[in-house]
Design a protein around this ligand. Sequence first.
Ligand SMILES: *Cc1c(COP(=O)(O)O)cnc(C)c1O
Length: 357
Amino acid sequence: MKAFKPHVAAIPRYPYAKVQAPIKLDQNESPYDLPEEVKRAVLERLATLPFNRYPEMHAETLRETVADFEGWSERGVVLAPGSNVLIQTLVAAAQRVLDLEPSFPHYKLSATLTATPYQAVPLGEGFTLPVEALVAAMREAETPGVLFIPNPHAPTGTFYSPDALSQLADAASTYGWLMVVDEAYYQFAPAHFKRQAQGQGHVAILRTFSKAWGLAGVRVGYLLASEEIAEVVQNLLPPFVIPATTAALLQTVLEHPGYVAEHTERIRRERERVFVELKAHPTWKAYPSHANFLLIRTPDAEVAYKELLARGILVRRQDHYPGFEGCIRVSIGTPVENDAFLKAAFELGREGTKEDA
Ligand SMILES: *Cc1c(COP(=O)(O)O)cnc(C)c1O
């Protein structure tokens, strides 16, 4: 280990352990695979690729397609194998990182692994955005840096209004910061911040194909930023980072994007149904969500996790965060999967809490 920088040995492992279960509601994946006809079109296209050749250096063709799709300048788009890679790249470039507590864990992990100064501000009462404290942190920091705001927020599902984000964007502009709005779940929410970010060098938008598009296994995310920011991020990524197979797959998917709205609508409807049904639960409380998951407070997260798993349902514990005692996070699945979850949840309610579980 002497060959490595000292901080590297202290890097924690990514907080996820794979567990098998018939009903998988632990990673906020789409429960729906690509429609059969789109998948067939993808496979036909893959068969025509020359596998002996390098792909385009920055997946330029796909980048142009994504830019058209988003109505964004092509030179302001950066593609990477997952938005996690873009988070890590942005943090590697950043002088410091400002985060929420809790938040998506990859911001903090990236700061640790790049030895970047890091500060997190706790969420306000009711998971609200602590605008004043974030503005103060930007104003008082020794140098500017990058502020990450997931919207909708993970792991609570809270949606932050464009007004609140605009206040942060103004402060970012004043104090020289870059605000990155991570819109991994924007399709499930009432609004997004892309229009406000357009032409604003101090705001960038991060999006992914992993959630609403149902392509978590394919690994592609993208940044929408000013051309100056995009160029720096692009230069930090290795060349040829998007495989030719991935580029061809996405090119085909973007020719058939109609399924996304349909799947998203089903998931939003199911999210509301599960939320409303849980209101009748004797001991569990779901928080309002604008993402494809629900944060639920139970009397004991360990008991809830184990008892659900015993019934074949895998969820994610969130009780390691301060103030999140008893909390689990449950992805919205197919109606059949959600029914199984609700049935198990109410069985657990009847059995009671820790004392008699
Ligand atoms: C799921 C998720 C991502 C997606 O990461 P990928 O690497 O693109 O799969 C990014 N940000 C947040 C907040 C997420 O929940």
